[in-house]
Design a binder for this molecule. Structure first.
Ligand SMILES: [Zn+2]
Length: 132
């Protein structure tokens, strides 16, 4: 018998010896989540004249870093997740202090998987904020 071609002793061994599984997030919540950078634009003179306008470029919240104003999605900022995916958020969402667990759709899906796995193993409910 060739080494590495033994018959696995049980299902766990079979998974360890197997070719592995491909993971693909099937999450589609409708919000933008892509690895191609979204176009940004400079704030207009009119926007800069607003008393309430704050340039959020470079701001960090959750797993996101603000890249710039979205050129195409009205009233939103382009944000990049720590995993490299791009999404869009309103300035209200960016400045919301309760949004500390915000991340892209794929990362959010992974967080939920992680949360349910911790629950399955330990019976403990962990807040998403603790997993980010
Ligand atoms: Zn992400």
């Amino acid at each position: 018998m060739k080494v590495g071609h033994e018959i696995p002793v049980n299902s766990t061994a079979a998974r360890v010896m197997g070719r592995g599984e491909v993971y693909e997030s099937g999450k589609q919540h409708g919000s933008v989540c892509q690895d191609i950078p979204l176009p940004t634009r400079k704030p207009t003179a009119a926007e800069l004249a607003w008393e309430t306008f704050v340039d959020l470029s470079g701001a960090k919240f959750g797993r996101f870093t603000v890249i710039g104003l979205s050129d195409g999605i009205k009233g939103k900022w382009v944000v990049r997740c720590a995993c490299g995916n791009y999404s869009a958020r309103t300035s209200k969402a960016i400045r919301n202090p309760n949004n500390s667990a915000d991340c892209c759709e794929e990362c959010r899906h992974l967080l939920y998987l992680k949360k349910s796995e911790i629950w399955r193993r330990t019976g403990k409910h962990v807040a998403l904020e603790e997993l980010v």
